[in-house]
Ligand binder design. Structure first.
Ligand SMILES: [Zn+2]
Length: 219
């Protein structure tokens, strides 16, 4: 059985999980041998296969459902138009688009999402930065396969525009998470305390992302 990711740390026990892309993630103690890890994986093969196929099925459902689109955490219906227009419009209740050409419509949908994300998220980032006196260098908006956001050593923040499909509080959580990295370059207790000061209910948003993140990446 193929392991997609082994994360070593000073933990004492071995654990396996399946991430939202149906990949196997193994968390192992620093010194545990590869053989021991492999034995454990082999032992859990049925569990792994069962859970991977569940997540794969879930991913497939999301990809094939073209009748609704996620925006700010809500599913909106899509009304198809015959007009050969590359433009996607949203009237607050529904999306109107010509989704005949799947490739073209994915491109225009991504453009729509990206522009909306810039409109919604960037002002929020600067609002929180000003309010909590956090220094940001550059902000870039892009699509990333595995990350929702990142913050470099020079305090350049990258945000994944697919987050526009998530509820606003989830967008705020990712923004605040990356902003706090401008002072704490790790995930220490001090880091999480600082996140909690700015967003007391951040755990709900973090949980939402863990449970629903795959829907955002299905585009
Ligand atoms: Zn982080």
């Amino acid at each position: 059985m193929l392991t997609n990711q082994i994360i070593r740390s000073n933990r004492k026990t071995l654990s396996i999980s399946i991430n939202e892309n149906a990949e196997l993630v193994v968390r192992a103690p620093n010194r545990m041998s590869v053989q021991k890890i492999q034995d454990f994986i082999n032992e859990k093969e049925n569990w792994i296969k069962r859970n991977q196929s569940l997540i794969k099925a879930r991913l497939k459902d999301t990809l094939e459902d073209q009748n609704t689109l996620l925006y700010l955490g809500t599913l909106f219906p899509v009304t198809k138009t015959d007009k050969d227009s590359k433009k996607i419009t949203f009237n607050g209740k529904e999306f109107i688009a010509n989704f005949e050409d799947k490739e073209k419509s994915t491109i225009s949908l991504k453009t729509w999402y990206k522009n909306k994300f810039k409109e919604v998220a960037v002002p929020r980032l600067f609002y929180f930065a000003d309010k909590h006196n956090l220094q940001v260098n550059q902000v870039r908006i892009k699509e990333q396969r595995t990350l929702w956001g990142s913050c470099s050593s020079r305090n350049n923040i990258n945000l994944n525009f697919l987050l526009i499909m998530a509820p606003l509080k989830v967008i705020d959580y990712v923004i605040i998470h990356e902003l706090v990295h401008t002072i704490h370059k790790n995930h220490s207790a001090n880091f999480w305390n600082a996140v909690e000061v700015i967003m007391p209910n951040y755990k709900e948003a973090k949980h939402w992302l863990k449970e629903n993140g795959y829907k955002l990446r299905a585009l």
